[in-house]
Design a protein around this ligand. Structure first.
Ligand code: DP6
Length: 331
C-alpha cells in the first residue's frame, strides 16, 4: 500500500526553506455529481469521478506562521483549539506530511466565512486552503494539479476546492493517485445561483467518511451507483455545454437522491433527512409543478442546496425565508 507520506515526500525538495508566514484562500464547493465511495481509503481515491461548482467568496482563509514559541498551535475563527482536539490533530497530521520530520513549529489560523447557519461542510475548503498555504509557506512551487491531489488526501472533496467554477474530480487509475485531482472546466454560467437552505446545524452523527464506508460494505444498491454517476457526469457536461438549466437541475437532483437511496439501503440504515428536509424537498417539487425552474441537491446532512437561475431569485427567496444565495460565477 502506498502511504500519503510517500506520495508527498516524492514531490518535496531535499531542504525546506520556510517563509515567516503565508496565507491562502480556497472556496467551498457543492457537488452536482457526488463523490460517494473510495477505492483507496488511505489516499481518498474515489470509486467514481464527480463534478462540483465552487462557491466563489465562501470558503476558508488559512494563515501559517513560523512559530517562534517553538510549538504547534491552531486557531479556528479566532478561538484557539485544544492540542488534543480532533480538529487540531487532523490538521497537524496533514501539516506533518509536508514537514517530513523537520522541526518546523507552526501556528495555524483558520477562518471560515461559510455561514455556520447553512450547515455547509468546511473540510473541503479547509484542506484546500491549508494545502495552498503550505505550498506558499514552504516555497514548494507545486503545480495546481499536484496541490489538488495533495488536498484530496486531507479530504476527498477538497481536491475540487483548488479551483473556481465547475470542477471535475477525475477518478484516475494510478496507485499513487496523482492522476486523481480536480480539473477546472472552461465553462461559465453567470446566471447560476445556489441557495443554502438551513434545515439543521450541529455535528452530524455519522460523517461522510464513515457513511460511505458503511454504504459500500452493506448496501447491495451501491452496485448501481458507479453507473449512475458516470451517466450523470455525461448529462452534466451536456447541460453545461448547452446551458440547459432543466437538464443540469434534474441531473443534480436525481444524482443526490440516488446517493441517498444507497445510504438508506445500508445497515444500520443511514438517513440524514429530518422531517424539515422532506418538507423542503416537497416545497421544491410543488414550486416546480407550478412552473418554477427550481431543483435541489443534498450532501451527507439534512440541509438542501437549491439550484436556480438569477431571473427566479426573488421568487425563490420569497418561498424560502432566510435563504443565503451564492452566485458562483459573479466577478
Ligand atoms: C456527500 O470529501 O467529506 O459531500 O474524503 O472521507 O473526507 P472524505 O469525504 P468528503 O465527502 C464528501 C461527500 C459528499 C459528496 C461530495 O461532496 O462529492
Amino acid at each position: 500500500m502506498i502511504t500519503k507520506q510517500q506520495v508527498v515526500q516524492a514531490h518535496l525538495p531535499a531542504t525546506l526553506t520556510p517563509r515567516d508566514e503565508a496565507e491562502a484562500f480556497a472556496p467551498s464547493n457543492i457537488a452536482l455529481c457526488k463523490y460517494w465511495g473510495k477505492r483507496d481509503a488511505e489516499l481518498n481515491l474515489p470509486i467514481n469521478a464527480s463534478l462540483s461548482v465552487s462557491l466563489a467568496h465562501l470558503g476558508t482563509r488559512t494563515r501559517l506562521v513560523h512559530a517562534t514559541d517553538g510549538r504547534d498551535r491552531v486557531w479556528l475563527n479566532g478561538a484557539e483549539q485544544a492540542a488534543d482536539s480532533a480538529f487540531s490533530q487532523k490538521l497537524l497530521a496533514f501539516v506533518d506530511l509536508f514537514r517530513a520530520g523537520h522541526a518546523l513549529p507552526v501556528h495555524v489560523h483558520t477562518q471560515n466565512n461559510i455561514p455556520t447557519a447553512a450547515g455547509l461542510a468546511s473540510s473541503a475548503s479547509g484542506f484546500a486552503a491549508l494545502t495552498l498555504a503550505l505550498n506558499e509557506w514552504l516555497n514548494l512551487e507545486l503545480a495546481p494539479a499536484v496541490l489538488s491531489a495533495f488536498a484530496r488526501m486531507g479530504s476527498g472533496s477538497a481536491c475540487r476546492s483548488l479551483f473556481e467554477g465547475f470542477v471535475q474530480w477525475e477518478d484516475g487509475i494510478r496507485d499513487d493517485g496523482m492522476d486523481s485531482h480536480g480539473v477546472r472546466l472552461e465553462a461559465s454560467w453567470p446566471e447560476l445561483r445556489i441557495g443554502l437552505v438551513k434545515v439543521a446545524t450541529g455535528e452530524k452523527a455519522v460523517d461522510s467518511r464513515a457513511g460511505m464506508k458503511r454504504t459500500i460494505e452493506t448496501a447491495h444498491l451501491y452496485q448501481s451507483w458507479p453507473l449512475q454517476a458516470a451517466a450523470d457526469l455525461t448529462r452534466l457536461h451536456q447541460a453545461i455545454g448547452e446551458k440547459d438549466f432543466a437538464l443540469l437541475g434534474q441531473t443534480a437532483e436525481q444524482n443526490a437522491l440516488s446517493m441517498h437511496a444507497t445510504m438508506i439501503a445500508s445497515w444500520p440504515p443511514l438517513l440524514y433527512w429530518t422531517p424539515d428536509s422532506v418538507a423542503a424537498m416537497q416545497q421544491v417539487w410543488q414550486l416546480r409543478e407550478q412552473g418554477l425552474a427550481l431543483y435541489f441537491t443534498m450532501d451527507a446532512g439534512p440541509n438542501l442546496k437549491l439550484l436556480f437561475e438569477a431571473g427566479d431569485q426573488a421568487q425563490v427567496e420569497q418561498a424560502f425565508a432566510g435563504l443565503e444565495v451564492v452566485a458562483p460565477f459573479s466577478a
